[in-house]
Design a protein around this ligand. Structure first.
Ligand code: ARG
Length: 228
């Protein structure tokens, strides 16, 4: 068995620039995913049956189909019905692909985040609402000052987890030609005819990202506990 990492001195930039794209993908996707998640969680908690139905349909469909299929629908399907991702020259020629990737990851993540937020809010004991209302707080005040701060403790760690999931799942968008860490590792693999080492490097770099995040999350979680 011969393991040889000497290609790194010529190729390390592939991994660095790929990792940058992976981080960008994940950051944008989690950001928009959380926005969508808040929106659909509110719909799901609404007293209006139609709004609840819309949220349920969105959540069930995006969680119940493979993200790869969703990616293909967005990347290959949408342009056929006249929806194109804008080519913004300032962001480089690969921007439409990057945007398709972010849209897919955000839509998918939004469904999971919606459930995280809904469950986080519903996990707050309903006696909190009753007590607050009987003390004269309005529904909105109770939500703002009593329910949301407590729900936050359930939600934040789960959101951190979702970030980790998105970093890993983002590897799938390499398939539409986004030059992320996975894509670039594969390019190196093809270039140097070594199938093993470039993938090990990619794995280590993904792990460095997720492990750092999960450690940071542990710190946040302990803080939330002590402030209890
Ligand atoms: N890979 C799975 C899929 O294709 C899981 C997606 C998980 N997504 C998430 N945002 N937690 O459906």
């Amino acid at each position: 068995v011969k393991v040889d990492f000497s290609f790194l001195k010529d190729y390390y930039m592939f991994f660095v620039s790929g990792a940058k794209i992976t981080v960008l993908l994940a950051v944008f996707s989690v950001f928009f995913g959380v926005a969508l998640g808040v929106f659909f969680a509110l719909l799901k908690l609404s007293s209006n049956k139609l709004l609840r139905g819309i949220a349920a349909a969105y959540i069930e469909f995006l969680r119940g189909t493979p993200m790869l299929v969703q990616l293909y629908i967005i990347y290959y399907g949408l342009p056929l019905i006249g929806i194109n991702f804008p080519d913004i020259p300032a962001f480089g020629s690969s921007f439409p692909d990057f945007m398709a990737g972010v849209v897919c990851l955000s839509l998918n993540s939004g469904a999971y985040v919606a459930e995280i937020i809904r469950a986080g809010i519903q996990a707050v004991d309903k006696g909190q609402m009753e007590a607050s209302r009987s003390l004269g707080f309005t529904y909105a005040m109770t939500m703002r000052y009593i329910i949301i701060p407590q729900a936050f403790r359930n939600i934040l760690p789960a959101l951190g987890n979702e970030f980790i999931v998105i970093i890993k799942e983002s590897a799938i968008v390499s398939i539409i030609g986004i030059h992320d860490l996975m894509y670039n590792a594969d390019t190196v693999r093809g270039n140097i005819f070594q199938p093993f080492e470039p993938l090990i490097v990619a794995a280590i770099m993904y792990f460095m990202m997720t492990f750092t995040l999960s450690k940071a999350l542990g710190v946040v979680e302990r803080r939330l506990k002590t402030s209890d």
